[in-house]
Ligand binder design. Sequence first.
Ligand code: FMN
Length: 389
Amino acid sequence: MRYLTAGESHGPQLTTILEGIPSGLPLTAAEINEELSRRQKGHGRGRRMQIEKDQAIINSGVRHGYTLGSPITLAVENRDFKHWTKIMGAEPLEEDSDEVKRQITRPRPGHADLNGAIKYNHRDMRNVLERSSARETTVRVAAGAVAKQLLKELGIKVGGHVIEIGGVVAEQLSFESLEDLQERTEASPVRCLDETAGKKMMHAIDEAKEKGDSIGGIVEVIVEGMPVGVGSYVHYDRKLDAKLAAAIMSINAFKGAEIGIGFEAAHKPGSLVHDEILWNEEDGYTRRTNNAGGLEGGMTTGMPIVVRGVMKPIPTLYKPLQSIDIDSKEPFQASIERSDSCAVPAASVVAEAVVAWELAAAIVEQFGVDNMERIKENIERHNRQAREF
Ligand code: FMN
């Protein structure tokens, strides 16, 4: 399975083409729209999220509520485009038009602006920022919604939550089931299980906003029901933990990824890190703990997958940071048109989406023929063999 995305932040629409989704998967726009709406919520989001009420249009690959096995094209319109038709139009502009004169020559620190402008030789940095914007994560969430639907059909559940924002750490992280986690985090404006910490997080976001600043945080994705042995140890590019880390790191503003206890393993002796192996007639092999986050040797252990990602504070600030105008070479104080002060809750939905995609792709690669029925049969056979091993 693979997917491409296309589209600029203020262009007419964002598009994704999904290749290799098996046939026979129940899919409607409603499932995708639910995920799109989850991405738009969250304390700390700015005006753009009120303008855009994202809705997916399925342009190919689905008929009468089921996937066909052919490429699936999903589009999400940018409602704001009507105000940008000239600036973002595909047709050439007159040499001395206002739009030509209104070029962006001031790179914002923390963004792709300067490096992208040098690399692609753009004197107008709008040509960079329109595509490097996290608006693109909209269609990654749409792709992830399809992957989640595939996993759900196989009894594999995906959940996600925020565990830290601006230095406020969630302490109460226990939940009864992924449904319980989903219900409680959905009710939290910062997607946090710990209500007390959640309130402090909101306060921290408001405080950052008042100061014209921004804050980042940590999100966690949990996946239950993955069969054992998905991924491989035989080659670097088949290791599932590496693919998950790359997926997390590919989200805008994500600067680190952890699997299981992750960086904490550096401070502990091996005897407190590795998960002891148990066996019983009913379940076969299990683990006493899950410090490995469901992955050993690049493969699933059958325990829940636990992946964390750290998001830096949003780089566009009301509080100005120094930069250099690329035309005049004069320093200036970079400040903004509009920005969120914290997008960690939204980013946790993006993290769920990219993790779901990698896991669905690994399942299809390992158990896939081209239709859902056969994949289900193959997984059942595999699970039986693993239990009896
Ligand atoms: N950066 C901003 O400056 N303003 C925003 O409103 C903003 N919103 C974001 C929303 C989400 C869901 C995510 C995941 C990121 C957001 N970012 C925002 C982060 C930038 O897109 C990102 O920092 C930038 O593209 C540079 O890439 P890098 O941080 O990965 O190096």
